[in-house]
Ligand binder design. Structure first.
Ligand code: ADP
Ligand code: ZN
Ligand code: ZN
Length: 719
């Protein structure tokens, strides 16, 4: 007697086979079991979803459909847990994607290629660098136990102690916790202790620690490794701490995933994808820099790993810690007092470790009173010169936007537009090319203006590359204390393309081999530069008047982070400064920055958002469509809008007119979007779920056959 099973396989997002498929099996299999199944001409990986007939039970197959047997069971692996399945189920429905797509993309790609025998072989393989478990090796492993050097973690600061005590106090709420801690206040130490506590209380417990960009934070990995190697001694095996991020190779990802799934990994450190890690004994989730936009996936299922962390923690009945010096306004709002409806517990660490709470002095340079063409205002330049002459380091932050070095003709109107996008190509001096940052289209710089033949074509505005050059010229007469010339260096996406270059460049800053560091926001995040005493933002105003309502939030966070780079060293912190060149020195955002007052900034922003009913006071979704022409793309969106008005929840959801994206055309594809907004998350969710079926039907309509793709983005970060 065989049984019928519903099995998830990777189906294309918009295929009609969106739900689980039905297969038969000789043996009953537990939900969550990994299997190999035939699909069309192929054989593929599947996840047994449900064995009961119920809500998401097997879709009745077409009557002429023969129910095929599964090919094999990946028997060496425990079934995926119920909580994991619920996480996948929630993500698929909330972000409007198919279950199969979400479930299968949550598994390591290499797992999909292994048949049962290969997997068994893989599971038998010992981790390469694992200490051998044979008795003869025991003495050897004894030698590296830290028995000789008595080691102690740092004594907690009173703020850290209080925060941890409130987290562990069984009488207060179990979270979610918003750890609102200044840069350098010792949040990482709090994470380490919280993880330690969980691991010590239960020998099986697992903790998930998420960071926005693991490549920028190898320090964090090192700190966790150092701490837990010490704490666990011989119990710290090579797979006790594993990473999960997109920079890893297929085999590495599979190895980490297996370690987590089998419970060997006690700590998983990863980027947003790690939220889907199979961790059967998950007992704590940490989301560091929770405000960071990188937590939002920008393609496929456009999930927010931060939001899913909160959801997953509740599922697993585990605490979650969201940490930031500049929380997202959503999280900040959720952490208002419980009496006002707050659901998160806000824990504060306002001061830097060591009592050096002195935040850099913020100086606003009124650019209305500076020479018109000056990139560096004379007072800023003077300040940089003084610092360099004293042997201190400076950091110059450039907002890439508005400074992209576009080429233009000095005679006619020609600019280096991209032939395929509604954007300008950027001048790259090193290889003398014009490169489109959207589609990649690259050409050598022309000798003459393509429009009028004028040989005088030159950059408009400045990029980091030219800024570095310009600054070197301005500073050429300045000498360092030992009489040697000033050294200016640049770190941005261009200089760090080769693997390892970022690390070596950062190392030279740390070593003091660089006097002035020029770069984009990449340099503002997380680095613990000790010698920097002056940070300057050259042109931050653009974000104040952006069409994107989140731009000020991102700017404030960036500036505060950047300011946090200055004065990290106690003996230098007293005279550290943050310079802001602005045409709007009186803007409240800068006033809040000067006062180092995130709560005040959040208050301003939240009251503006409340007045305009923007998130977190409303919920949004975008429908995006790509086509060869705007007409076709917008035609689809407007038809979708019309269809939406027929839906039951329509009166609770505002649906705005279709508009082109800011970068309207990329690689010859026209892009448009339409915004949906509701004050009720539930209403919006219902609406989207029903709308989805209509959209599938609409796309099939010959009138819209020119639509290349469409997608829904729930809780979009940029509109
Ligand atoms: P954050 O993550 O909040 O920016 P960190 O955790 O990186 O801050 O801490 C800043 C610095 O203070 C680090 O060099 C860290 O080693 C040190 N530190 C943290 N907690 C303590 C403590 N309790 N005692 C001494 N030094 C500490
Ligand atoms: Zn010209
Ligand atoms: Zn292009």
């Amino acid at each position: 007697m065989s049984v019928q099973l519903s099995v998830l396989v990777h189906t294309p997002a918009h295929s009609q086979l969106a739900g689980p498929l039905t297969y038969q099996s000789e043996l009953p299999l537990a939900p969550g079991t990994l299997v190999r199944v035939p699909l069309g001409q192929r054989e593929t990986l599947g996840v047994v979803w449900n064995t009961q007939l119920g809500a998401d039970a097997p879709q009745p197959p077409p009557s002429n459909w023969e129910i095929k047997p599964i090919t094999a069971v990946l028997g060496g692996l425990q079934p995926l847990s119920d909580a994991w399945k619920q996480l996948v189920g929630f993500s698929a429905s909330y972000y409007q994607r198919s279950l199969g797509e979400v479930a299968l993309s949550a598994l390591p790609p290499q797992l999909k290629g292994l048949d049962a025998t290969q997997l068994e072989r893989r599971l038998r393989r010992k981790p390469l660098s694992a200490p051998s478990s044979e008795p003869s090796a025991a003495t050897e492993s004894d030698t590296w136990q830290p028995t000789t050097s008595p080691w102690a973690p740092p004594e907690l600061t009173p703020a850290q102690a209080e925060v941890l005590q409130r987290m562990h106090c069984t009488h207060t709420q179990k979270g979610p916790f918003l750890l609102f801690g200044a840069t350098g206040s010792g949040k990482t130490e709090v994470y380490l202790r919280a993880v330690q506590k969980v691991l010590e209380a239960d020998p099986k417990a697992q903790a998930l620690v998420m960071v926005p960009e693991i490549n920028l934070t190898p320090q964090l990995e090192a700190r966790f490794e150092q701490r837990f190697a010490q704490l666990l001694g011989a119990d710290f095996k090579p797979d006790t701490l594993v990473s999960m991020h997109s920079g890893m190779t297929g085999p590495q990802r599979l190895k980490s995933w297996l370690a987590a799934h089998q419970g060997n990994a006690r700590i998983v450190l990863g980027t947003r994808m790690a939220i889907f890690a199979s961790m059967p004994h998950l007992q704590l989730i940490v989301v560091d820099e929770e405000h960071d936009p990188s937590y939002k996936q920008q393609e496929g299922a456009r999930y927010s790993a931060r939001d899913l962390a909160v959801f997953r923690a509740r599922l697993e009945n585990a605490p979650v810690i969201l940490g930031s010096a500049t929380p997202s306004l959503e999280s900040w709002h959720h952490s208002r007092p419980a009496a006002e409806g707050g659901r998160y517990l806000r824990l504060e660490m306002p001061d830097r470790v060591g009592g050096q709470s002195s935040f850099p002095l913020v100086r606003r340079v009124d650019m209305n009173h500076q020479p018109k063409s000056a990139v560096f205002s004379p007072p800023l330049l003077q300040a940089i010169q003084d610092r360099v002459a004293r042997g201190e380091q400076c950091m110059v932050l450039l907002n890439r936007r508005g400074y992209a070095p576009v080429l233009q003709c000095s005679d006619c109107d020609w600019k280096s537009a991209c032939a395929h996008c509604s954007a300008y190509r950027v001048f790259h001096k090193t290889d003398r090319t014009l490169r489109c940052h959207h589609c990649g289209y690259t050409e050598r710089v022309p000798r003459h203006c393509p429009a009028c033949g004028n040989p005088d074509i030159r950059p408009l505005g400045r990029g980091t590359e030219q800024l570095e050059e310009h600054l070197s010229e301005l500073l050429h007469a300045v000498a360092r204390p030992d009489g040697s010339p000033v050294r200016v260096a640049r770190i941005d996406a261009d200089t760090t393309q080769k693997k390892g270059t970022l690390e070596s460049q950062l190392a030279s800053v740390h070593a003091g081999d660089v006097d002035v560091l020029v770069g984009t926001q990449m340099i503002a995040k997380g680095h613990d530069f000790r010698g920097i005493t002056l940070v300057a933002a050259l042109n931050p105003d653009g974000a104040l008047f952006s069409s994107d309502f989140r731009a000020p939030e991102r700017l404030f966070s960036l500036l505060l982070q950047a300011a946090g780079r200055a004065g990290r060293s106690p003996d230098l912190s007293a005279q550290s400064e943050m310079w802001v060149q602005t045409h709007h020195p009186q803007h409240p955002l800068y006033a809040a920055l000067k006062a180092h007052n995130y709560p005040e900034f959040a208050r301003q922003q939240l009251s503006e958002r409340e007045q305009s009913t923007l998130p977190p006071f409303s919920y949004q979704a975008l429908l995006r469509a790509d086509a060869r022409t705007q007409e076709v793309a917008q035609g689809f969106l407007n038809a979708a809008r019309l269809a939406a008005t027929q839906l039951p929840a329509a009166e609770h959801v505002s649906c705005f007119a279709a508009v082109p994206l800011t970068i309207q055309r990329v690689a010859n594809v026209e892009r448009a979007q339409m915004l949906l907004e509701s004050t009720s998350r539930t209403a919006l969710q219902h609406h989207l779920a029903q709308w989805h079926t209509l959209l599938h039907a609409l796309k099939k309509d010959p009138a819209h056959k020119g639509v290349i793709r469409w997608a829904v983005d729930v809780d979009p970060l940029a509109i």
